[in-house]
Design a protein around this ligand. Sequence first.
Ligand code: MTE
Ligand code: MO
Length: 299
Amino acid sequence: MGCRIRPAPSLGKRGFSAVVTCSPDTGVEGALEFIRGVLGSNLVAVREEEERIGVNYLLRKVVYSLVGLDGVAECRFVFRDGVLESLSCAIPRVPAPTAVGEPTLSSAPRRGEGVPPGQRLVKDFIIYAVLGKPVIDVDRWVLEVGGEVERVLRLRYPDLLSMPSKEVVTDFHCVTGWSVPSVRLRGVPTRVLAELSGVMEGVRWVKTFSADGYTTVIPLEDFLDDDALVVLEINGKPLSHEQGFPARVFVPHLYGWKSGKWLTRIVFMREYEDGYWESLGYHERGNVWLEERFKSVTE
Ligand SMILES: Nc1nc2c(c(=O)[nH]1)N[C@H]1C(S)=C(S)[C@@H](COP(=O)(O)O)O[C@H]1N2
Ligand SMILES: [Mo]
């Protein structure tokens, strides 16, 4: 119950150092009061926007300027059917970092029938690049597979092209509510990379890093799904630049934000760590069939 602060190194580039998450019963006012206490500053709303996520969710983003301090706080209030469901704010500085909690996730379905709950079909991808589109020089590009592994792999584009590949036809689901049906993807099964690098005992999470600074985190068991790929081709053609050339991860039963484009590093980890959207309150796993859009805030 109440609010807690976690350090959020992945938001450093945008001038934030921590994220405050509050249980829904704290309410919007209660959360702002908490942040006031932490920062010793008053908050004034300077910009507000609303985004519908599927049919049931409304995401309200508010940017607050901090009276007497440099910087802003950026809050996201998620309402499900009009009721506040989750609440998180990125803030510029933390007094004392608190430990990152280790989420526990029970097992979840990997396949389902038809369109997942809260999604609607669209014809084509909507291209996202929250941190901008990076410049990629494929001759110098390397994909590093490391972390808790026996051998760190450093793979160049031709290395990936020569590895065993698999084709998967699957729907692609973005957490904002759109799904593209029957996308044909080809790439190296993530399992192949895990086997080649020798993932160590005790690893439970995988974090991916992208050339633009984007990161995301995936539970190991989802990352090792039969149909999970380091994608090199979409619909018979190499990835376009805007879709993440040379490579992106994709796990069919997880929302699209888990599919980091312009991939540069795959890191196997024992302990959970937020990626970009996770530090803003999005779910640790993001299973589309369980509609795991946002972290549950239960403390
Ligand atoms: N590097 C990077 N990867 C990213 C994103 C991003 O902004 N930057 N957006 C994610 C989100 S939210 C989705 S839904 C998909 C969208 O893929 P597309 O841009 O190919 O449509 O990319 C994911 N991977
Ligand atoms: Mo997304």
